[in-house]
Design a protein around this ligand. Sequence first.
Ligand SMILES: *Cc1c(COP(=O)(O)O)cnc(C)c1O
Length: 239
Amino acid sequence: MITHEILQENLEKIQSAMSESAKRAGRKVHDIRLMAVTKLKSVDVIQSLINLGIKHIGENYPDETIQKIQVFQEAPNDVVLHMIGHCQSRKIKIVADYFDSFQSLDRLEIGLKLNSILEKKNKKMPVFLELNTGEELTKKGWLLKGTSLSSSFLRDLEQLQKCSQLDIQGLMTLPPFTENAEENRYYFANLRHVLEDLNTHYGMHLTELSMGTSIDYCPAIEEGATFIRIGTILVGPRV
Ligand SMILES: *Cc1c(COP(=O)(O)O)cnc(C)c1O
């Protein structure tokens, strides 16, 4: 298992690269939140991250998160548990019950179902709309061609905006896998453009862009990310 010392070293390296990228882009590093992605990682790793002051944690599989839920329930109040994976419809109740935020809202149906469960609980939840920026067949999310919003996305959005319990805060994407981070800068810039478009022309007030992982968080920050989602380079590879 990865030790507390190694986690700390990894964290410091990431934080210093975040600062450099923010500086290059003329941004404040405080405006960029580091989310630790802990899918398939033990509660001990999660506890170490919390002890190191990590405030945002991302998990992908509701059933797995339930197994580890105690570490999140015992965490300080300002630790935020984000759902970032594709969620089957029958698992959305777990998200409603145990998560603080849903960054992978990838289709209308799941948003409507989440909203109706949240209504009964009288709970509101921050949500991010996931866009498939790389037009990949294997990926979830609304398809984005360049920066043009499809009519089906806009139709779904209209319905989601009527959901009283969903606080739509921003957009999320996971661009194609690449070894060369610079290749993904284009997708990050497109996502930012879409956010600006939604705010200017569709009366939205989105402030958050969740984009960038271990391989490409530096260009993501330079293109406006407010959340980066980091697994491998922080907590080690998933085996
Ligand atoms: C697993 C995952 C990450 C973390 O990826 P790394 O390459 O390990 O940093 C980020 N975002 C999403 C949506 C993921 O599923």
